[in-house]
Design a protein around this ligand. Structure first.
Ligand SMILES: [Zn+2]
Ligand SMILES: [Zn+2]
Ligand SMILES: [Zn+2]
Ligand SMILES: [Zn+2]
Length: 155
């Protein structure tokens, strides 16, 4: 999914021109006097969409979703990504490192999401419900198996 970033000719507009941008936008406002809320002064506003953030790192990461730039590449395979965080998580699939460990059993996960999914086992939460009977499953794959076995449906 994330490989589908639009590659467009936005390159000539750099983050440096960002400050003027917000001024221009303000003056367009119909008939109202220019007013700048002090809290927006430190914000980095995206030139291409309504995104803004006070963190320059987040801003740079976000801009890459428009430019399609993927400066972080994996040493082990051809994988490239827009943020360091996703690269670090990806590299764990090669190294087998599992920094997210369950505090209720010995399970370890490579990502936060993986651990969250695992925690459902302990909390007993079953988010995947069968449409045809009261059956619920913790994993999507279990629901699929149920559909095949009980209702002989392919999903
Ligand atoms: Zn944007
Ligand atoms: Zn890789
Ligand atoms: Zn556990
Ligand atoms: Zn069912």
């Amino acid at each position: 999914m994330e490989s589908r970033y639009r590659e467009t000719a936005f390159q000539q507009v750099g983050p440096d021109s960002n400050d003027q941008m917000s001024d221009d936008e303000q003056s367009i406002c119909a008939g109202r006097p220019r007013r700048r809320a002090p809290s927006t002064d430190k914000k980095h506003k995206c030139l291409y969409c309504s995104y803004d953030t006070i963190y320059i790192t987040n801003y740079k990461n976000h801009l890459r979703t428009h430019t399609g730039e993927k400066p972080f590449s994996c040493n082990y395979c051809v994988y490239k990504t827009t943020t360091k965080k996703t690269l670090v998580e990806h590299i764990r699939t090669h190294t087998g490192e599992k920094p997210y460990s369950c505090n209720m059993c010995t399970y370890g996960a490579t990502t936060k999401q993986g651990l969250n999914r695992h925690m459902l086992i302990h909390t007993g939460e079953k988010p995947f419900a069968c449409k045809f009977c009261p059956y619920r499953a913790r994993e999507k794959s279990a629901l699929r198996n149920h559909m095949l076995a009980i209702h002989t449906l392919k999903q």
